[in-house]
Ligand binder design. Structure first.
Ligand code: PSV
Ligand code: MN
Ligand code: MN
Length: 388
């Protein structure tokens, strides 16, 4: 197995984008609990995201959601972020909150509703031009609740047509990433339920259209690392939304529910060339902190990804290939498990110190007084998503 020292330089290549909405209040359909210090504006969300980067040096960009993060001047928002040491990243569209979208948005039977949804994406691309963002991320809530409610093939055709219009507007340096989700808010069928549908749709668009894999958007028991391998093999893995789940789309802290699954996913990412400075796969979080403080929740999340990345980098790939080729079933499995069971926390702590940050980012943030200050200063923090 390689030593930690040998893999350490590769850790410096890690960047994990934070979702602005993780800093707002969020909850279940039953209750949204407020958290003292919750941001009231997009600027305050970005300031909080910058704290995560300050203590971890792992999160140099923040994804925004339109219109949740609506401001008058996106170039000014970009400068504001840069002054805090972070860039604005992926722009997420939103076609799931307007009454017109009750029966669909990009798939709607009414051309006027489809055009409204397409126009929204055009304005997201305008935002990207001002913020310098590379990726437009589309998560579509479209679907139906009852068999027969919609023409599921017609909806797929209209989706293809709408996406083609959006893609035609994307700049040469920009990308469209299409997220899939197996159910919710629709319960009978969803128009982009799985990686195959997303892959089929983006393949029809072109090279700059890719799949976004949200780890919480699969049926229980799905082998997610297999999907990661396949999309990397096909050159169509654009980005990750990392989170973890016990039941459905729980949006819990990544690595909290199943650290071994996170390790397996990251191993396939590393093995498939999806990790590092030369890779175009974007690492993002898509989480909601319902009861825990949001900034430490995000700090814990990026540290979990880093820890499992380090373990994935520790896999002795030459020995693994040899064991696989020799048909050494238990030997191969043992090589993978050796890396998974390696505790890298002390090594990571010293590595951080060598890079000028605190060995324990959670403790350093807690001691900084920032949480107490925002709790005192900010009154009336907004709910994630509905503050705009
Ligand atoms: C809804 O499921 C969702 O969590 C998707 O995963 C999106 O990425 C996110 O909301 C933001 O729109
Ligand atoms: Mn997502
Ligand atoms: Mn989700």
């Amino acid at each position: 197995m390689p030593t930690f020292k040998e893999i350490a330089p590769r850790l410096a290549e890690q960047a994990i984008e934070l979702p602005s909405w993780a800093f707002g209040n969020s909850g279940t359909r039953f209750k949204v609990f407020g958290t003292p210090g919750t941001p009231r504006t997009p600027q305050e969300k970005i300031a909080d995201a910058a704290q995560v980067n300050k203590y971890t040096a792992l999160s140099p960009s923040v994804a925004i959601h339109i219109p949740w993060d609506r401001v008058d001047d996106y170039s000014a928002l970009r400068s504001y972020s840069q002054d805090l040491g972070v860039e604005l990243g992926t722009v997420n569209s939103n076609t799931f909150q307007d009454d017109e979208y009750k029966y669909g948005s990009l798939t709607h039977t009414d051309a006027a509703v489809r055009q409204k949804a397409i126009d929204h994406h055009f304005s997201c691309i305008d935002v990207m031009d001002a913020t310098g963002s590379r990726d437009l991320k589309i998560w579509l809530a479209d679907g139906t609740n009852y068999p027969g409610q919609g023409d599921i093939r017609g909806r797929q055709d209209r989706l293809a047509d709408s996406l083609a219009k959006i893609y035609a507007r994307i700049g040469d340096e920009q990308r469209l990433v299409l997220e899939y989700k197996f159910f919710e808010p629709a319960f009978y069928h969803t128009d982009i339920p799985d990686w195959g549908t997303s892959y089929a749709q983006v393949s029809a668009l072109g090279d700059r259209a890719l799949v976004c894999l949200d780890t919480g958007h699969h049926a229980p028991g799905t082998n997610i690392e297999f999907i990661v391998m396949q999309l990397l093999r096909l050159g169509k893995l654009g980005s990750f939304d990392f989170n973890s789940r016990f039941y459905a789309d729980d949006d819990l802290i990544v690595g909290a529910a199943d650290p071994f699954q996170l390790f397996r996913i990251l191993f396939e990412v590393v093995r498939g060339g999806g990790y590092g400075a030369n890779s175009d796969v974007a690492f993002m979080l898509d989480q909601c902190h319902n009861v825990e403080d949001k900034i430490p929740g995000q700090i814990r999340s990026v540290l979990n990804v880093q820890e499992m990345t380090a373990r994935a980098l520790l896999v002795d790939s030459a020995a693994l290939s040899a064991a696989q080729d020799a048909g050494d079933v238990l030997g191969a499995n043992g090589i993978l498990m050796d890396a998974f069971y390696t505790d890298v926390r002390a090594d990571l702590a010293s590595w951080r110190v060598s890079r000028g940050i605190a060995s324990d980012p959670m403790a350093a943030y807690a001691a900084s007084g920032y949480q107490e200050k925002i709790a005192e200063d900010r009154v009336g923090g907004v709910q994630a998503g509905w503050g705009a």
